[in-house]
Every structure is written in structure tokens, then in C-alpha cells.
Design a binder for this molecule. Structure first.
Ligand code: FAD
Ligand code: DLZ
Ligand code: SF4
Length: 511
């Protein structure tokens, strides 16, 4: 009898990064469970490329360990390299090469990394194939095609296309309720409420406690409080956090989306971005759940639409911008702003009550919601002329949800206008009046928000005018700023000098 010598395909190495913790990730779908080896590596290069908040490192490493255990329990062969492994080469490229070498595996597969620096590093890895990351709704090519030939890129038009593509909150070809965007209904200041919802909190298990010890030992000097640590670190718990958000906070999410309140770091926000960005949750499952809440009568349309827009609109849009403009995007500096980041961004020691509150909760929770990031810490940096590269590094370091693909366009583009208006039609610059309208911070502040100049004036007030003056060449012709420049032009010279003098004193004091 003739024997047939079947050639067995060689095993592959399947690389899973710390923000790819999903069973549906492309590299795992390309794997053969019976033959291939899945690699996870905790490495110093990833823990140190910016001085991450302690909670962020703990979250990522614990979620990696839990996901690796889950895969093992499902029958996968897993090679898990811990941070304190004496053989650890401490870079992802190094660990891929070491695994290939030790396991005698030539071919490796990874899903495309979210950050440009890592995607560059992987181009030099022998035998490594990079698969597209299809956790997003829009591919790089689709975004490039959409952007091609447009003078300005505006999220709103992009968003409408994704609504049509996904069918989310659509009634046939029309948006549910007849309008695409209910943002104008979403600007109420919040009212203190004894029953304010809080995000769901989880008790650390033994795996998380081990990681907390590791983080304390290795990164104890980093910014941020490690304890209490309450993030979900598994998909099951993250799903519970989603369910909790939909039930307790979503109905008010729309109305109070832009509000800020002392001692209420989360308000009606979902606090899901860290789960979404690491793959514990997927964008469509979150959006479908929120859409269902609307159709079942458990959330108003302005909340459901506002929330879904953030995910299928802003989140996809900023990712498109990042890959369209990298490399180079993180160095853009339209206003040529040069001032170093003030130390109080790290210590929180400032008399400005809004800044102190946003920084303190960033330190405690590795979290601040969008309006705090944009209109408090971001606005101050913009007005004060802080070097956008330093601002970018700070944001990348301090939030549990921070990855460059989403952080950089929000900071360089939206918040600092350092890309000269690619992402936004005008800078998000505001005086103290905006913060006073949307928060209760000013009531307890050492500064007076109604004072325009002088020692007791809210620093945002003179800085606002100083910013517009300093950057007049770049901004005066912006049609959306016509009114503010006309107001400035109508001021007496004495008043103008008072503003500029006052701003100078503020800037001297922050140095
Ligand atoms: P919610 O307010 O509940 O919003 C729901 C979801 O929508 C978020 O979880 C997030 O996935 C998405 N989303 C909302 N706004 C945006 C946006 N502008 N861009 C992209 N996605 C958005 N988001 C990050 O995920 N990582 C970052 O590093 C990051 N850095 C930012 C820096 C600045 C200066 C600014 C202005 C915004 C930044 N954002 C970032 C966007 C936004 O502030 C956060 O996504 C949000 O605060 C996370 O909290 P949440 O989950 O409670 O969001
Ligand atoms: C954020 C992070 C940290 C702190 N540590 C690791 C790690 O040790 N190993 C790993 O694979 N990923 C880690 N990550 C996530 C990566 O930085 C992330 O995959 C890249 O920034 C690409 O988005
Ligand atoms: Fe912030 Fe100015 Fe209000 Fe103080 S007065 S909390 S500095 S906006």
C-alpha cells in the first residue's frame, strides 16, 4: 500500500498586544488553535515610552494576564512573558524574535498596532506579518478615500456616512427623529445630586493584586494613585460596566455631557474608553446596546445619539486623521507655542479651582471627562501657549484610555489647534465665563471669574485676549472669530493694555 506523506504546516506565532485583548482580533482569527502559539509580552519599552499613570499600567497588565488565562482555559497554547522575567528583552520586537528563536517558529502574525512608533518597529521584524485591525468601522483606505480632495475634514459629514453605513439610529434613509445631531440639546449645567450614578467598580482579584504589587515596585514614582484600583480587567466585567452605564447614567448622558461639577469626576459619562481601547468591548456592541436602550424607551434620543456619535463619529474620525497625518502630526505647532508645561499639571498645586479639580481627579482616577480635558486643562495650555508636544506627552501619560492614535488628534488637533484647523474650524479657546457657565468650580475659587484683569481676575480672562492677540496673524481671518476680534478692536487702548499686562503677570507666575 502506498503511504501519503502529509506535509504539516509549520506552527505560527500569534502576537497579541496589550490593547488587543479580544477573541475576535484579526491575528487570533488567522490562527490554528491546535498548532499555533499565542505570545503576550509585558515589556519595559511599552511601560516607559511615556511615564504612564500607575493605574494605566496596572490595568493593561492585569487585563493582559486575565485574557491570556482565558485563552489557555479555551485550549490555546500561550507563551506569556512577565515583566520580571529575567530573560525579558524588554521590547515587543525583542520578545517576538526571542520567541521565534526559542520555539523555532519562523512565521509570526500580529494585528496592526494602534501607534505609529510600534508599527515602524515591526517593519524590521523578520517573518512578522501585520494584519489590518478590523475592530474599527472604517479602514485606513476608506478614510483616505473620504478625505481625498476635501479642503477641510469635518467630523459631522463623516459621521453621517457612518450612520448610513451601520444603520445605527436610522429610520430607512433618514436619521431617527429627523435630525442627525442633537448636540444643541446637550449643554445643560449639572445639578448636584445625592444619587449621582457612579461607574461600576470591581474588587481586585489575586491576579490584579500581584500586578498592583509589581506596579508599585517598578513604577511607584510615576504620576497617579495606584489605589483604590477598581477597573474591570476582563471582558465579562467590562460588559457589566457597560450594562450598568446604560441603566443608570445613559438617560442623562446627553443633557449633561458638557457639564462639570466639583467632587463628581464621572457625572453621567460612561467611563468605558479604557475597555474599548484595549479590546475588552467593541464599538458596535456598545452602540447597539445604546441604540436598543433608545428603542425600548429607556434613553432619550439626544442621549443615545450623542453617545453613539462619540464612538462612530469622533473615535473613528480621529483615528482616520492620525493615520492620515503620521508621521509628523505629533510635532505640529501652528502657533509656534514654546512655553514648557507648568509643573502644576503634575502636582495639581494651583489656585485655579477648575484646574486643581481636573488634575486631582486625573491623579486619583486616571480619568477626566471630555469637557475637563478640552475646556479646562486643554484650554489653559492653549491660552498660555504651552508647547503642544509637551501637552501631548502629558495627555498620553495620564489617562487610562490614552493611546496615541486617539489622544494625539484630540490634543494636537482638537484641543491645541496645532494642526492649524485640519480637525476643527476654530480653536477651543474660552475665557472663565464658559467654565463658570458649565460648572460650579468658580464658586470656591480664589480668583473671581467676573474680574477681567488684575490680581484677583480669573487667569483665563486675560489669557483669552492675550492668546487672540498673540496669534492674530493666524486667526483674525477665521470667519468664526470675526465677532471676538471686532470686540477686541472696539476696546479702548487702555483696556487692551490692561488685559495684556494682566496676562503677562499670569504667564510670569506660571513659569
Ligand atoms: P464618554 O463621555 O462616556 O463617551 C463615550 C465614548 O465615546 C468614549 O468612551 C470614547 O470611546 C468615545 N469618545 C468620546 N469623545 C471622543 C473623542 N473626542 N475622540 C475619540 N473618542 C471619543 N479619548 C480616548 O479614548 N483616549 C485619549 O487618550 C483621549 N485623549 C483626549 C485628550 C483631549 C485633550 C480631549 C479633548 C479628548 C480626549 N479623548 C480621549 C476623548 C474623550 O475625552 C474620552 O474618550 C472620554 O473622556 C473618555 O471617557 P468616557 O469613556 O467616560 O467617555
Ligand atoms: C500600554 C501598554 C503597557 C503599559 N504595557 C504593555 C506591555 O507590556 N505589553 C504590550 O503588549 N502592550 C502594552 N501596552 C499597550 C501597548 O503600548 C500598545 O499595544 C501600543 O501602544 C499600540 O497601541
Ligand atoms: Fe477656573 Fe477662573 Fe473659575 Fe477659578 S474663576 S475656577 S480659574 S474659571
Amino acid at each position: 500500500m502506498e503511504t501519503v506523506n502529509k506535509i504539516q504546516p509549520e506552527p505560527k506565532l500569534i502576537v497579541i498586544l496589550g490593547d488587543q485583548l479580544s477573541k475576535d482580533i484579526a491575528a487570533l482569527r488567522a490562527a490554528d488553535q491546535k498548532r499555533d502559539i499565542v505570545l503576550f509580552a509585558e515589556v519595559m519599552a511599552e511601560a516607559r515610552y511615556v511615564p504612564h499613570h500607575q493605574k494605566k499600567i496596572a490595568f493593561v497588565l492585569s487585563a493582559m494576564r486575565h485574557f491570556a488565562e482565558e485563552l489557555k482555559s479555551l485550549g490555546w497554547s500561550v507563551r506569556y512573558v512577565r515583566l520580571d522575567d529575567p530573560e525579558n528583552t524588554n521590547s515587543l520586537a525583542g520578545e517576538i524574535a526571542r520567541a521565534q528563536n526559542e520555539l523555532k517558529i519562523a512565521r509570526a502574525f500580529v494585528t496592526e498596532p494602534g501607534e505609529f512608533r510600534l508599527s515602524q518597529a515591526f517593519t524590521n521584524c523578520a517573518g512578522l506579518a501585520v494584519l489590518p485591525d478590523d475592530r474599527f468601522l472604517v479602514s485606513h483606505q476608506e478614510f483616505r478615500d473620504w478625505a481625498e480632495g476635501r479642503k477641510q475634514l469635518r467630523m459631522e459629514y463623516f459621521y453621517r456616512e457612518i450612520r448610513r453605513k451601520t444603520g445605527l439610529l436610522m429610520s430607512g434613509n433618514e436619521p431617527e427623529g429627523g435630525r442627525w445631531n442633537y448636540d444643541s440639546d446637550n449643554r445643560k449645567p449639572a445639578i448636584p445630586d445625592l444619587f449621582m450614578p457612579q461607574p461600576m467598580q470591581f474588587k481586585p482579584d489575586q491576579t490584579t493584586r500581584d500586578v498592583l504589587q509589581l506596579v508599585d515596585d517598578n513604577f511607584g514614582e510615576n504620576f497617579g494613585s495606584l489605589h483604590p484600583f477598581w477597573f474591570a480587567v476582563t471582558r465579562n466585567d467590562a460588559k457589566m460596566a457597560l450594562e450598568h452605564f446604560v441603566n443608570v447614567a445613559l438617560p442623562q448622558f446627553g443633557d449633561y455631557q458638557d457639564a462639570m461639577l466639583s467632587n463628581e469626576p464621572f457625572l453621567y459619562h460612561s467611563v468605558l474608553a479604557q475597555y474599548l481601547n484595549t479590546g475588552l468591548l467593541s464599538p458596535m456592541e456598545i452602540c447597539r446596546r445604546v441604540e436598543r436602550a433608545y428603542y425600548e424607551g429607556n434613553a432619550p434620543l439626544n442621549a443615545a445619539e450623542g453617545f453613539i456619535r462619540q464612538i462612530i463619529g469622533w473615535r473613528e474620525f480621529v483615528r482616520g486623521i492620525y493615520w492620515l497625518r503620521m508621521p509628523g502630526y505629533t510635532q505640529e505647532n501652528y502657533f509656534n507655542a514654546k512655553r514648557p508645561l507648568p509643573t502644576f499639571y503634575w502636582t495639581g498645586e494651583t489656585d485655579m479651582a477648575c484646574m486643581a479639580a481636573a488634575i486631582a481627579q486625573t491623579r486619583d482616577e486616571a480619568y477626566a471627562h471630555h469637557i475637563q480635558r478640552l475646556m479646562v486643562t486643554g484650554n489653559f495650555a492653549l491660552l498660555a501657549g504651552i508647547d503642544p508636544a509637551e501637552v501631548h506627552e502629558w495627555y498620553l501619560a495620564v489617562y487610562a484610555d490614552a493611546y496615541e492614535w486617539v489622544e494625539a488628534p484630540n490634543v494636537i488637533g482638537m484641543s491645541q489647534f496645532a494642526d492649524g484647523g485640519l480637525l476643527g474650524s476654530k480653536p477651543y479657546a474660552a475665557s472663565g465665563n464658559y467654565i463658570n457657565k458649565m460648572s460650579d468650580y468658580c464658586a470656591t475659587c480664589r480668583y473671581d471669574v467676573k474680574e477681567k484683569t488684575g490680581e484677583n481676575a480669573c487667569p483665563f480672562n486675560p489669557l483669552f485676549w492675550d492668546f487672540l492677540q498673540r496669534n492674530s496673524d493666524n486667526l483674525r481671518d477665521n470667519p468664526r472669530l470675526g465677532n471676538v476680534y471686532r470686540t477686541w478692536d472696539r476696546m479702548s487702548e487702555a483696556k487692551q493694555s490692561e488685559y495684556l499686562e494682566s496676562a503677562k503677570k499670569v504667564l510670569e507666575s506660571i513659569n
